[in-house]
Ligand binder design. Structure first.
Ligand code: ZN
Length: 148
């Protein structure tokens, strides 16, 4: 099911801390499937649960259109490279806006896969950028808050 996306830089839902997922229930699995469908329907490359109104620590990323989406539950950034890059970013919650944002070119992130197994991802390039962008959403941070 395609879910409505929360928009607007003053939207209170987008400014809150998301909560840890305690158990990956059938409802959580359905939410993730709906998030993937919603992201794809909007030609997005990533989405965080607060953007569909759920204050839960869930992100998805899909840097390449023909590959499966990466799902991370309770993601935590373990390491970021000192080297950063400034690139204009957009956000499905801030339509018609793009902001130059400096982000680490590489990151190591840990979390849970949809099956509950722990995963550790070493990301670089676009995937690293998407992961950092989506994890920002889990603490209520938007690209307009990171603007240079
Ligand atoms: Zn966003």
């Amino acid at each position: 099911m395609i879910l409505p996306i929360q928009t607007g830089q003053d939207n209170p839902i987008l400014k809150q801390e998301a909560k840890e997922v305690k158990e990956i229930t059938a409802q959580i699995k359905q939410l993730v499937l709906d998030m993937i469908e919603t992201m794809e329907a909007n030609q997005g490359v990533g989405l965080a649960a607060p953007q569909v109104g759920q204050l839960l620590q869930i992100i998805i990323a899909k840097p390449e259109p023909n590959k499966e989406a990466l799902v991370l539950i309770n993601p935590q950034i373990k390491k970021t490279s000192r080297k950063k890059e400034i690139i204009e970013e957009g956000c499905l919650s801030l339509p018609n806006l793009s902001v130059p944002v400096a982000r680490s070119v590489k990151t190591i992130v840990q979390g849970l896969a949809l099956n509950g197994q722990p995963v550790k991802i070493k990301a670089k390039g676009l995937l690293a950028r998407i992961i950092q962008h989506e994890i920002d959403h889990l603490s209520g941070v938007l690209i307009v808050d990171k603007g240079l």
